[in-house]
Design a protein around this ligand. Structure first.
Ligand SMILES: [Zn+2]
Length: 280
């Protein structure tokens, strides 16, 4: 009996999970703040300087020190606010090595695209992860263990599920009840990654990168959306790698029926050609 107890992994449970969500102009991105007995672990850091500052304010309102920043994936609406969240503190910024590789590749093109539009709201420099983990590796802060599951391609080229006890922070593997970014053209791989996420055990609560938290049914909801999007793009593309402007309008109308009055609707047309090329 004692041997069994000694062999068990000792991990404290989080005290509470708090959230910060940006406005739609900053893509309604979620930051999750995991409160432990003596500190806070922040998961993802928002898109703009102001949103990063807002996360810092939320963190300070909890009255406990920042222990670490964990990143789910390399898109700018999840990593850009890191400097503002850290506010000069030296705590680990943790990501899968694969996520760091994607961030290395995306940093310059994303900065070139968004920098001139956002001016001072785009961070002057990118904070890169300071601690890299391997798939399946666990990091522990204040006795609370977080395991980094590498799910591979999804909304971005590499997605992490950060799991601790009953909680799983899944980044944009789930964009719950908003229209997702599919313009990187790996919607098929995303479906496979969702099945792999469903095979992970131990957690019941799922915290998405966009949209409200829920149970494990969020994975099936995301699958349903992706299947509907792919079916409609396939019908409208008629074997071509792009959609006409008229076909994109029809796609928007069809996806509005699938998910009425939802956020990030501008992404429906923006993603169409990439998925048409993928399905060709
Ligand atoms: Zn996102």
């Amino acid at each position: 009996m004692f041997a069994v107890l000694a062999a068990a992994v000792v991990s404290a449970a989080p005290v509470a999970v708090h959230s910060y969500t940006s406005g739609e102009a900053q893509f309604s991105a979620n930051t999750w703040l995991v409160e432990t007995a003596r500190g806070v672990v922040v998961i993802d850091t928002q898109f703009t300087v102001s949103e990063g500052k807002a996360v810092r304010k939320k963190l300070e309102s909890l009255g406990k020190p920042l222990l670490a920043v964990l990143l789910t994936h390399a898109h700018p609406d999840h990593v850009n606010g890191t400097a503002e969240v850290l506010a000069g503190q030296k705590v680990p910024v943790v990501a899968l090595a694969g996520v760091k590789t994607v961030l290395d590749a995306l940093d310059a093109p994303k900065r070139a695209y968004w920098g001139p539009q956002l001016k001072g709201e785009y961070p002057k420099t990118t904070v890169f992860p300071t601690q890299l983990v391997k798939p399946g590796e666990t990091v522990t802060f204040d006795g609370v263990a977080f395991t980094a599951h590498d799910l591979g391609e999804g909304e971005s080229a590499d997605e992490t599920v950060w799991a601790t006890g009953a909680h799983a922070f899944v980044g944009d593997l789930v964009m719950y009840k908003v229209h997702p970014w599919l313009a990187e053209g790996h919607s098929g791989a995303w479906l496979t990654s969702l099945e792999r996420a469903k095979a992970l055990t131990g957690f019941e609560k799922v915290y998405p990168g966009h949209g409200v938290a829920g149970g494990r049914e969020l994975f099936d909801w995301q699958r349903g959306y992706l299947e509907a999007y792919r079916k409609n793009v396939k019908e409208l593309a008629k074997g071509q790698p792009t959609l006409s402007d008229q076909a994109k309008k029809e796609l928007e109308a069809r996806m509005e029926k699938v998910l009425p009055k939802a956020g990030l609707a501008m992404l429906v047309a923006m993603s169409a050609d990439a998925v048409a090329a993928e399905l060709k």
